[in-house]
Write a protein that binds this ligand. Structure first.
Ligand SMILES: NCc1[nH]cc(CCC(=O)O)c1CC(=O)O
Length: 320
């Protein structure tokens, strides 16, 4: 049997039919994105026998030096990949779930949310937060992280920075800032856990909705492909991130609003905690609730409405 024929045979019974080319996975080109995309590719191949090839896409968010909020929020990372999915240039895209805008995108389906990695934030620098000197300079471009840092340590100076995780860690090494806060999951993917001085528990800093989770998106009209991608879906992860993202959607904060949310399932209940913090960190609302795992959206909506009833909208409106 020729190589081609055996490859053909291996694909027999695949939902995409015989003679299929490798699946094309659209991804950002950063080390973090390529690493997480390769993990998804390997998992898909292991479960379905399908070859998957990575297609690196440069997005506006990767090339612009402007602060993210000024060029339309983290959605810029996502839109370029969605365009490639819709045009058929790639079969599906892998995103960091926390970068997805909360609004639905016409023609695009969230086909799978694989098992979530560690959702927590980590401080990278010479010492734990409590041991940093008065007035220490902490680099972050995230209003959520800045506000929660100020709530713990009002003396800190927050320095707005951006760039990928490696660039930010270099700013610590170069002395431009004393420390930075980054997602633990991302640091793990780029093998830089050595830089971590402290991992924040949820009672110190609530992560961004969806942090640590990935999203596989494809065209909504490709039922065969959706079924294939679903083989790497983790339903408990999907329920948790649905609850978290519904909080954000209802609060309409968008990516720059100081909103944190974390949900996890245990004892057959879905538990959700969410916070809204004023930009200066001086005022903080924080509520928790739990519900049936099948009611993730309602759980998120109800908690967001309780936050609004306690004045969350006013906190969001204050920028200093
Ligand atoms: N906005 C950038 C981004 N998108 C996802 C992650 C981390 C990995 C994740 O949450 O899955 C990061 C970097 C960071 O926040 O440190």
């Amino acid at each position: 049997m020729s190589g081609e024929e055996s490859a053909e045979a291996a694909r027999e019974g695949s939902p995409l039919g015989a003679g299929t080319r490798p699946l094309r996975l659209g991804t950002r080109k950063s080390l973090m994105a390529m690493t997480q995309s390769q993990q998804v590719a390997d998992a898909l191949t292991a479960r379905t026998g399908h070859a998957v090839e990575l297609v690196g896409v440069t997005t506006q968010g990767d090339v612009s030096k402007a602060l993210l909020a000024q060029i339309g929020g983290t959605g810029v990372f996502v839109n370029a990949l969605r365009d490639r999915v819709l045009s058929g240039e790639v079969d599906f895209a892998v995103h960091s779930l926390k970068d997805l805008p909360t609004s639905e995108s016409p023609g695009i389906a969230l086909a799978a949310t694989p098992l979530r990695d560690d959702p927590r934030d980590a401080l990278c620098g010479p010492a734990k937060l409590a041991d940093l000197p008065r007035g220490a300079r902490i680099g972050t471009g995230s209003a959520r992280r800045a506000a929660q840092l100020r709530a713990m340590r009002p003396d800190l100076e927050i320095v707005p920075i951006r760039g990928n995780a490696d660039t930010r860690l270099r700013k610590v090494a170069d002395g431009e800032v004393d420390a930075v806060v980054l997602a633990y999951a991302g640091l793990k993917r780029i093998r830089r856990l050595d830089a971590v001085a402290e991992v924040f528990e949820a009672d110190q800093m609530l992560p961004a909705p969806g942090q640590g989770a990935l999203a596989l998106e494809c065209r909504a009209d490709r039922a065969d492909l959706r079924a294939l991608l679903e083989t790497v879906d983790d339903p408990a992860t999907r329920r948790a991130v649905t609850a978290e993202r519904t909080v954000l959607a209802v609060l309409e904060g968008g990516c720059s609003a100081p909103v944190g949310a974390y949900s996890v399932e245990f004892d057959e209940r879905l538990h959700l905690t969410a916070t809204v913090v004023s930009y200066d960190g001086s005022r903080q609302l924080r509520l928790s609730a739990s519900g049936h795992p099948d009611d993730a959206e309602r759980l998120g909506r109800d908690l967001a409405n309780r936050l609004l009833a306690q004045g969350a909208d006013q906190l969001i409106g204050e920028r200093d």
